[in-house]
Design a protein around this ligand. Structure first.
Ligand code: AQP
Length: 372
């Protein structure tokens, strides 16, 4: 339960004058009560496809940590079923699941207040996914840009079904817990539209059951770009390791990757993501690491050329990441403890998933338990 007095302190820190103080105090009290009454259900996922990079960190994981509190229900899932859409070896998968879990804990995710679990440990994800697949029209999926990209890039004229229908599974991930908020990077925004469309159709057919889901993201760093090719987003599975900074990179790797980041011929530091994606990407990273705006970052860099600015950004990244790396190296050694975290999370997730799934079966008319 959120603490009203702490919210009061937060909102009342500004007004000095007596009248304003009273006004704000009333406002704050109302706001505090409203917040307390609106319990949020937060869901987000990350694929075990490698070590998370600073795009995953700024676009998602940093929010995950900041959002943690005891009054909301929070689910952070290692979405291993999604990662099967691009097949990997058994050893790679196993290692990646432990790596991601250790990264989450090292970033500050607290498994006591938050449900941290593996998606495949909760079978209701795929069960609900089937129901959604029976309602969402194929033509709707075909309009998703991912569908077109996959079709164009696949050599065998189509590839596997999972590579096309994963947005359906994503919708199931979110709705299984009746999530109201999803902290995620920009690439997920389009899938959330699908989630809300499906929820509305379902509610129209069966009565209001699913809530509307909102995305939580900061537009400044919701799409961090690849250092080698700033036209594309930074990705765990992109072929060039120099295009991304992983959370476990050493200080010298961080310096070297940022130093070699592709920018352009202008040496001034200005913010223009459309026309100067390379240097704007550095500004966005600087902003995310130091909690400042692009204007503030440009003011700091006003007497620097891009070379000098790269050093400053690298130092800011190192300041944030080196403590995370040190924690990660410690936590990662203890696989028994990591497994316990995931098992405990799965137990907690299963309770809610099972209860919501049974309600959905009831609404669909396929739960005949009551008759017997
Ligand atoms: N470049 C990015 N900038 C900001 N946010 C990003 N996210 C991913 N890339 C960026 C956000 O990180 C969260 C976890 O992503 P994911 O692992 O579930 O899948 P993804 O979006 O496909 O991430 P990657 O790194 O590109 O993985 P691969 O290479 O395996 O496909 C999500 O909230 C995502 O938006």
């Amino acid at each position: 339960m959120r603490n009203i007095s702490s919210l009061r302190c937060l909102f009342c820190a500004y007004p000095k004058n007596k009248f304003l103080s009273k006004y704000f105090s009333n406002q704050v009290h109302r706001k505090a009560e409203q917040i307390i009454n609106e319990k949020r259900v937060i869901f987000s996922g990350i694929q075990p496809t490698g070590i998370p990079h600073i795009g995953n960190y700024l676009g998602a994981l940093k929010h995950w940590v900041e959002l943690q509190n005891e009054s909301d229900d929070i689910y952070y899932s290692i979405v291993d079923l999604h990662s099967l859409t691009i097949p990997k070896s058994r050893d790679f998968m196993r290692d990646s699941i432990f790596n991601i879990t250790a990264c989450l804990l090292a970033c500050g995710v607290n498994p006591d207040t938050t449900v941290v679990y593996q998606q495949s440990s909760v079978p209701e994800h795929t069960q609900l996914s089937w129901v959604i697949g029976c309602i969402v029209p194929v033509n709707r999926l075909k309009h998703l840009p991912q569908w077109k990209e996959k079709l164009e890039s696949s050599i065998d004229g189509g590839g596997h079904i999972g590579r096309y229908t994963y947005p359906v599974l994503q919708t199931a991930d979110i709705l299984l817990y009746k999530a109201t908020h999803v902290p995620a990077g920009e690439d997920q925004a389009i899938h959330l539209v699908l989630t809300n469309e499906f929820a509305k159709s379902f509610n129209r057919m069966h009565g209001k059951f699913f809530p509307e889901t909102q995305m939580i993201s900061n537009p400044t760093f919701a799409r961090i770009r690849d250092f080698r090719d700033p036209r594309v987003k930074m990705s765990k599975s992109s072929p060039s390791i120099n295009g991304r900074i992983e959370l476990t990179d050493t200080d010298s790797e961080i310096h070297s990757k940022i130093k070699r980041a592709v920018t352009d011929c202008t040496s001034q530091v200005t913010y223009d993501p459309e026309n100067r994606p390379g240097v704007s990407n550095l500004i966005q990273i600087h902003c995310g690491m130091c909690n400042i705006t692009p204007e503030e970052a440009c003011a700091i860099a006003c007497n620097m050329d891009t070379g000098k600015y790269k050093s400053l950004v690298a130092d800011a990244v190192i300041d944030q990441l080196s403590p995370i790396r040190e924690k990660y190296l410690n936590i990662r050694k203890d696989e028994v403890k990591l497994k316990m975290v995931l098992d405990h999370g799965a137990e907690r997730a299963r309770v809610v998933a099972k209860s919501n799934w049974e309600s959905i079966r009831e609404l669909l008319g396929i739960n005949i338990a009551e008759i017997s």
